[in-house]
Design a binder for this molecule. Structure first.
Ligand code: DGL
Length: 273
């Protein structure tokens, strides 16, 4: 019995870790985790056919997330990282008990840390669906009701990243407009509450000090590592791998990712059912 259990937990620790997002955004999290856990096998799913998630209904998002979890279940993962704020805000609570592996939702994993920041006012940029859920505001104020949370939806930003429109004058104007709407409230920090937004840091830092922006991916990756460690689920090997899957165009995914993350092999296109 003891032997059987030991063999099982030893093999589970070397199972892959699934990641998903609507597109290339979740790579901002994968990049951080890969740096601190290089010897894991990562499977990344970009649901580019159904993007943008931020404009979808809760019912649609539950359907997409459920199908992606089933895909990872068949792949035999030890954990799935919801590297997408929108699904963390809208579908995690509904699906969290339906699967046999660990699920890490980005918002719920980091809000405690933001609630402990020595600030009085914090801004949040996110998609419509995340802002409408008030997930960051609720999560932060549950721990620290003194912090004023200013929420602002930036519906154009995901498209700017996925379509590589960063250099267009209209894109820069849209980003500046959203930024000014929050800056005029004088927040001490601004959370980039959509995994796509860190791709735009070079533009954002032209109009505000870079250190005002918080990329939750850094703290999120540390949280995942520590939780896997506590559960005895860190891989105990000295090689790691990464495989990419998309529901839309594989080449478009590589192109959109390129300013941030180099993907050497064409992702496999998957039709989810
Ligand atoms: N990157 C995702 C997020 O963190 C979703 C973006 C979208 O497809 O609207 O919310």
């Amino acid at each position: 019995m003891w032997r059987a259990l030991t063999i099982t937990s030893n093999s589970i620790r070397n199972y892959p870790i699934g990641f998903f997002d609507s597109g290339v955004g979740g790579l901002t999290v994968l990049k951080q985790l890969k740096e601190i856990l290089p010897y894991e096998d990562y499977l990344y799913f970009g649901d580019t056919k159904n993007m943008p998630y931020g404009e979808k209904s809760k019912e649609q998002l539950v359907e997409f997330s459920g199908k992606i979890f089933k895909f990872f279940e068949k792949k035999g993962v030890k954990a799935v990282v919801m590297a997408c704020n929108t699904t963390s805000a809208t579908t995690y609570d509904i699906l969290k008990n339906d699967f046999n592996f660990k699920i890490y939702p980005i918002i719920q994993s980091v809000t405690k840390l933001f609630a402990e920041l020595p600030v009085k006012k914090i801004g949040v940029f996110a998609t419509h669906a995340t802002i409408n859920s008030h997930a960051y505001k609720i999560g932060i104020n549950r721990i620290n009701p003194e912090i004023e949370v200013i929420e602002h939806a930036c519906p154009e930003w995901v498209k700017i990243v996925e379509e590589k429109l960063e250099d267009k004058t209209e894109s820069i104007a849209a980003i500046k407009y959203d930024l000014n709407s929050v800056l005029k409230e004088n927040p001490e920090k601004i959370i980039l509450g959509c995994t796509h937004y860190p791709y735009l840091i070079d533009i954002l830092k032209q109009f505000a000090p870079e250190d005002i922006f918080i990329n939750p991916a850094e703290e999120f990756a540390k949280f995942i590592k520590s939780d896997l460690e506590k559960a005895g689920l860190l891989a105990d090997k000295t090689t790691g791998s990464q495989n990419f899957y998309v529901s839309g165009s594989p080449q478009k995914f590589i192109n959109a990712a390129s300013i941030f993350y180099e993907i050497k092999h064409l992702p496999e296109q998957i039709i989810l059912n």
